[in-house]
Ligand binder design. Structure first.
Ligand code: MN
Ligand code: MN
Length: 487
């Protein structure tokens, strides 16, 4: 067989030459790679297989979002999931061996999951703490009234909301009502196909001259976040408050309640939207309540998948973060401290010794850089969606006021852990200096003597009724928490 000589056209030779030159990095390029910190899109470092895993993980996450719009619902969901995976109620008088899984239910609004490690608790526990409450509109204790033949609910908003975002969107009603006899009924209305929904009305643009001239924060007043719940009178009898009477009659038929039962109820109006993929590429998830279910869900899945850890894992999903962590279901209370003391006692140890040796990831969201509003961020120190989980050294405001500022020693440890575990991560600061600020549960855990740093998922439109996260970041949260619990 003859040997055929291949003749390349001249242009191909030029292109090939260029390609060879391109692969030859200059000294400066090599040095830059070596010396510069340059976080990038997580997709560049991920195999296709891992991207598919992230997408699959978020299918479960979307179901969780739709099923759990309040802290009570999230706590109940996780408790059931934990029980199915072998977790049993913690018994302070029992003794436990490595691999045993227990949970502690904190008044149906917060939950601790724990897997005993092979090491003694003397070596400390690995704690991941996130929150399951989200901003919303709570009903006032005496909410129902009639005005202009419309029935409405008075509300008191919960957490930091931009009030104008909560008008003219479909709302669902969630919660629990206790009757005088102590019996209770759960409420979840506006979520299922065919359910009625509710809404806070807003002024039409034709008549909003005065409203439009007020600053955005005052355009909608808190006292005006009234929810429309009915408009048809009871029967044909004439009289006052016939629409309110009709609503009360319907509520009595459906839930067996009278008006006074509102006093012993916790009813929360939340956006009725379902979680959905965002973008032509389906790379993001839009939903109500990513803050902070986007950390709670991955942390719970990581905890459940941690089978025989070296150190005891403690996964906390707490309530009340959005109002400052106070109250007996918030992390400013003693429930975590007491739980640690109780598990310490099962090994003949003192709670404070365990706390001193423990480490915690305070798992909460941070603001993602938004190219439409670049001015509030320092681009060098902002978090970007799709660059993996954000490690936030400090939060606070006005000169780091009221923050846990993670120790360099612990930052170094977490950095190495994530790098070694191939977790895409980035650093992030909540906005420019003096632009505003915020806080997390980090300081309350740190105040117990635990090493703590904030680690979470970057979010766009944080605290809006419909927030956005990137699927890769959600998966990286799972990977990061799992690496931390399994170290
Ligand atoms: Mn949060
Ligand atoms: Mn928040």
């Amino acid at each position: 067989m003859e040997r055929r000589q291949i003749l390349y056209p001249f242009s191909t030779i030029i292109i090939l030459k260029r390609m060879i030159n391109m692969s030859e990095k200059t000294q400066a390029e090599i040095l830059k790679e070596e010396l510069f910190y340059s976080p990038e899109h997580a997709a560049y470092a991920c195999e296709d297989e891992e991207i598919a895993k992230a997408d699959a993980f978020c299918e479960g996450y979307k179901q969780f979002l739709n099923a759990c719009k309040t802290e009570r619902e999230a706590a109940a969901f996780v408790k059931e999931l934990a029980e199915k995976n072998g977790y049993v109620p913690f018994d302070p008088k029992a003794s436990y061996k490595a691999g045993d899984k227990v949970y502690s239910d904190i008044r149906s609004k917060a939950l601790i999951l724990c897997t005993f490690g092979s090491e003694s608790l003397e070596k400390g526990a690995k704690i991941v703490a996130s929150h399951i409450d989200s901003p919303r509109l709570d009903l006032k204790p005496n909410p129902l009234y009639e005005d202009a033949e419309l029935a409405l609910f008075k509300t008191h908003y919960y957490g930091g909301i931009k009030k104008y975002q909560w008008t003219a969107i479909p709302l669902a009603l969630h919660g629990i009502i206790y009757r005088r006899d102590g019996s209770s009924v759960k409420v979840c209305l506006g979520e299922d196909e065919g359910d009625p929904q509710f809404v806070v009305t807003d002024l039409l643009p034709h008549l909003d001259k005065k409203q439009a001239n007020r600053p955005m924060s005052e355009a909608i007043e808190g006292e005006n976040l009234n929810i429309l719940v009915g408009s048809r009178p009871f029967a044909k009898d004439k009289g006052s408050e016939m629409v309110k009477l009709n609503i009360m009659k319907l509520l009595n038929e459906k839930y067996g309640i009278i008006e006074a039962d509102f006093l012993s109820a916790e009813l929360e109006a939340v956006p009725a939207f379902k979680a959905s993929d965002i973008g032509f590429d389906r790379s993001m998830v839009g939903s109500y309540g990513h803050d902070d279910r986007v950390c709670a869900y991955p942390s719970v899945m990581a905890e459940i998948d941690t089978v025989m850890p070296k150190y005891t894992s403690v996964t906390v999903i707490t309530d009340k973060e959005e109002t400052g962590s106070d109250g007996n279901t918030g992390l400013h209370s003693a429930f975590l401290k007491h739980f640690i003391a109780d598990i310490a006692k099962t090994q003949g140890l003192c709670g404070r010794d365990v706390l001193r040796a423990s480490e915690c990831l305070s798992a909460d969201v941070n603001a993602g850089f938004d190219p439409t509003y670049p001015s509030v961020h320092d681009k060098l120190n902002a978090a970007f969606i799709n660059r993996g989980i954000v490690v936030t050294k400090y939060t606070g405001s006005r000169g780091k006021s009221s923050t846990n500022d993670a120790n360099a020693e612990f930052m170094a440890k977490i950095r190495t852990l994530f790098d070694n575990s191939k977790v895409a991560w980035q650093i992030g600061e909540l906005g420019k200096v003096d632009e505003g600020g915020g806080g997390t549960v980090a300081k309350y855990v740190a105040n117990l003597g635990v090493e703590v740093v904030d680690v979470g998922v970057p979010v766009l439109s944080m605290h809006a009724p419909f927030e956005v996260v990137a699927k890769l970041d959600v998966y990286m949260a799972y990977k990061g928490f799992k690496a931390f619990l399994e170290q």
